[in-house]
Design a protein. Sequence first.
Length: 450
Amino acid sequence: MTGGVGSRLAEWPRPTRRGAALIAVGAIVFVNALVLDRRDFILLGLIGIAVPLVAMGFTAWRIPRLDVVRSFVPGVVAAGGTTTASAVVRNRGRRTLDGARWRDTAHRLETPAESVLPSLGRWEGGPPGGGDTVRLEYTLRLPRRGVFTAGPLQVSLSDPFGLARIERGYGRTHDLIATPRVTALGASANGPASLDGVLLELQRQSHPNADELIAREYRHGDPLRRVNWPATARHGEIMVRQEEQRSDPDARLIIDTALHGRGRTSFATGDDRYHHPFELGVELAASVGVHLLRGGFRLTVSETGASQLEPGPRRRAGGLFGDAPVEYQGGVGERAFLEGLAHLATPGARGGGTTDSAGAPHDDPRGATGRARRPAFAVLVDIAPAEAEALAALRPAFEPAVAFVQESVRRTLVADLEESGWRCVPVRTAQDIAEAWHSLPADRGSSDAR
């Protein structure tokens, strides 16, 4: 309620510095005139007080009626990128509007300085584009990952003498999404023996070519498009491809979003929402996830904290303790994945983000021997011992199992993960991401499994 009252008061006319100085001088002259019984100065004092008040009333009478339609192209950009902001301002009043100034507002973003608003004619009706309409454009840079609120557009007016000023906001607010930077994890210099070689083999096994599909003899009613000609030539009779439902292989990505390792003392505090290790972890997760999605994998993502990618009342235990992972697939999945990462809040900037770790892991290690194990990648910033134990328990369900660890992860926990079979790779800066990925040979990732 306090914020609502404050916003309404901010829309009232107020004196400028010049107007406030004139009111102060007028008040001083008026008081001294009463004390010294100088009636000739009383009128001067009253004029000094009254003129700014009249100017405030004049600006209130001139409040314009404006429609503002805003757009941002593109509306979703990578961190560090720019977007073009456009605002179409239309005068809906019966008076022309000139001498106004405008500025845009965007929380935690640098916007252009206040500028003169071009003159607007009286409302003409019909579609916009006439003399009652003006288009404003500028470039806005989104320095880092997150969701930023832009708007409303602020338009101000003052009286001819500059004694009073009024400012009103027009248009709705818009959310600008800055996704984390993505480091390209291209072909590795290690060739087929690299980790990419293992992933490529998993992809090939899930999507065999036509010669590798199971063939059976032709039956009446089978469509000719299913004839397997190589198998027909080998068997001497018409063979058709066996119907077999295959899907993209799964890859698990585990992201440390809770930072439970050292408690609240390691989190960002106050208005500083930037936490470098956490942001590095998000950028690393984005790079690995996009690489897997573009490689044809179905990505399943788990968070160590309460789910933010797909929040809900039953998603507060954490991905290591019972919460089902969030699935992404294809180009649409890539966009949704990056936008989900953009919405991740820095742990110190949100309150009450506790998790209930009483549940069991979503992946049952006991069933790993009866089916093909999936690759898993963990991005660890500052995990707690309980989370390290959960990861160790899940190790038999994954192959390969790779953990990208930052310096903030305790060495004893890293040793426990390596003892359980996880391949731990240190990452210190964003420049280390590609090198860390390409430093994983396939034979090492397999031999570490236990």
